[in-house]
Design a protein. Structure first.
Length: 202
């Protein structure tokens, strides 16, 4: 009864915000299991909160189902923070934050991947399914492992890699279109240069 009341209030609120007639929609996998549920507008586009489930989830009672993805739509476009869960180990595996210029056809969002401990594994940006801009990756102990930039999903420019134990620089490497290109430096534990050289389109 309580959940039905919440849904009624949500529908009224969305209608008041200019979304018109709102109805609840369910989508299914080819095997018949529930894939997702949420609201759609009279124009048949997704609005408001949506929840998505695992294809392996055979629980029929929706109130007992555990979502693998939770997020929001406006006019069919993902907005705000989305959470992706690791159901088997019960932790947040990834948080995606859709940026203002994200569109239905051109996805643009930041992401943070997590270890099961809750510590960050990796963070960066994605544009049209390719990593773009600055990226950072971390060891399980929280120390920075690597840092650099992507362009259309390929490493570009200077990347730095760090020692697991203390975060000191392990080596530096330049990339061009995902390939090692240009100067590199291999550092010792004392942070003195051990090896330096150049790659050419390796």
């Amino acid at each position: 009864m309580y959940k039905k009341l919440i849904l009624i209030i949500l529908n009224i609120s969305l209608s008041a915000m200019g979304f018109g007639q709102i109805s609840t929609n369910k989508i299914y996998f080819s095997n018949g299991n529930l894939k997702g549920t949420g609201a759609i507008s009279e124009d048949n586009v997704r609005e408001g909160n949506w929840q998505f489930y695992s294809i392996e989830d055979t629980i029929s009672n929706i109130e007992d189902k555990i979502p693998v993805v939770i997020g929001q739509y406006t006019k069919g476009r993902e907005i705000g923070e989305w959470k992706i869960f690791d159901i088997k180990n019960s932790f947040i595996r990834q948080i995606i934050t859709y940026l203002p210029n994200n569109t239905i056809d051109a996805k643009f969002y930041s992401f943070k991947d997590y270890y099961s401990t809750g510590k960050i594994l990796e963070e960066g940006l994605v544009l049209n399914n390719f990593q773009e801009g600055e990226s950072k990756k971390y060891y399980p102990n929280g120390i920075l492992e690597s840092q650099g930039t992507f362009s259309k999903g390929k490493k570009n420019g200077l990347w730095t890699y760090h020692f697991r134990e203390n975060g000191e620089i392990k080596y530096k490497q330049n990339y061009k279109n995902g390939k090692k290109d240009g100067a590199y430096l291999l550092m010792g534990a004392d942070q003195k240069i051990n090896i330096e050289g150049n790659y050419l389109d390796d």
